[in-house]
Design a protein around this ligand. Structure first.
Ligand code: SF4
Ligand code: F3S
Ligand code: FES
Length: 245
């Protein structure tokens, strides 16, 4: 178990009883109750739905409440450390405010001016497409694992991370979003302000997502394609040239 604060820390060894059907969070609670009363851990639902209990187990970003102890062999040492991409507050608790800063930078859905609420109509296919992204529980495991920021603090300024590039992609493919009519270009903003170009589609984000959202294939790659289509579309190119004159 990693114990420490912003000044530094160390791994401490504990031996804890395990019962059938338990998850890593149960073991941490037993550890708090019996040997380390001051151990800091964040959690809420214990059902994989609140996204609070994110940490790293044997170096892999995971939810503590959804990782069964039966995943490990009897002789295994289970190493639990805080999310590596974010500053430590104490023990397993990290400061994830980077994510909230990025969330605030993404303009929300812009309702179409000519339709009143209740008059919106969409194809079922379009509803299902964004429904997948709406399953996000904001655990930030994808943000933690992405190599663009995992070991590169300096990239945080210009990279929103997979969770928020996915949000941009979701709104960009929303048939009723009227952002462009308001002069708000989601493709340019994803590419130029939120670092879509930094993503080299390693898919690590998709691999760790506890909701099984296909972040790379269904959000990031299509968004990259739309950005490239527009950049290399001869009509758009000609239009930009004429406008610049
Ligand atoms: Fe977590 Fe998946 Fe949402 Fe990323 S996209 S924050 S991994 S639920
Ligand atoms: Fe990072 Fe996911 Fe792209 S892990 S590099 S955002 S595919
Ligand atoms: Fe809510 Fe683990 S405690 S996701």
């Amino acid at each position: 178990m990693w114990r420490g604060d912003p000044e530094g820390g160390r791994l401490e060894d504990f031996t804890v009883e395990v019962n059938e059907g338990e998850v890593v969070l149960d073991i941490i609670h037993r550890l708090q109750a019996t040997q380390a009363g001051d151990l800091a851990v964040r959690w809420n639902c214990k059902a994989g739905k609140c996204g609070s209990c994110s940490a790293e187990i044997n170096g892999r970003p995971r939810l503590l409440c959804m990782t069964r102890m039966s995943t490990f062999e009897r002789a295994d040492v289970v190493t639990v450390t805080p999310l590596r991409a974010f500053p430590v507050v104490r023990d397993l608790v990290t400061d994830v405010s980077y994510n909230y800063t990025k969330a605030r930078e993404i303009p929300s859905f812009v309702p179409p001016a000519e339709l009143a609420p209740g008059e919106y109509r969409m194809q079922q296919e379009d509803v299902e497409r964004s429904q997948e992204f709406r399953k996000c529980i904001e655990c930030f495991l994808c943000q933690d694992t992405c190599h663009v920021v995992r070991d590169h603090e300096e990239n945080k300024q210009s990279f929103a991370g997979p969770r928020f590039l996915m949000r941009q992609a979701e709104l960009d493919m929303h048939p009723l979003d009227a952002a462009e009519e308001q002069g708000l270009d989601r493709k340019t903003s994803a590419q130029e302000e939120h670092g879509l170009g930094y993503c080299n589609i390693t898919k690590c984000c998709t691999e760790v997502c506890p909701e099984g959202i296909r972040i790379t294939d269904n959000a990031l790659i299509p968004m990259k394609e739309r950005v490239a289509d527009r950049k290399y579309d001869p009509l758009v190119w000609l239009g930009n040239k004429i406008r610049r004159r």
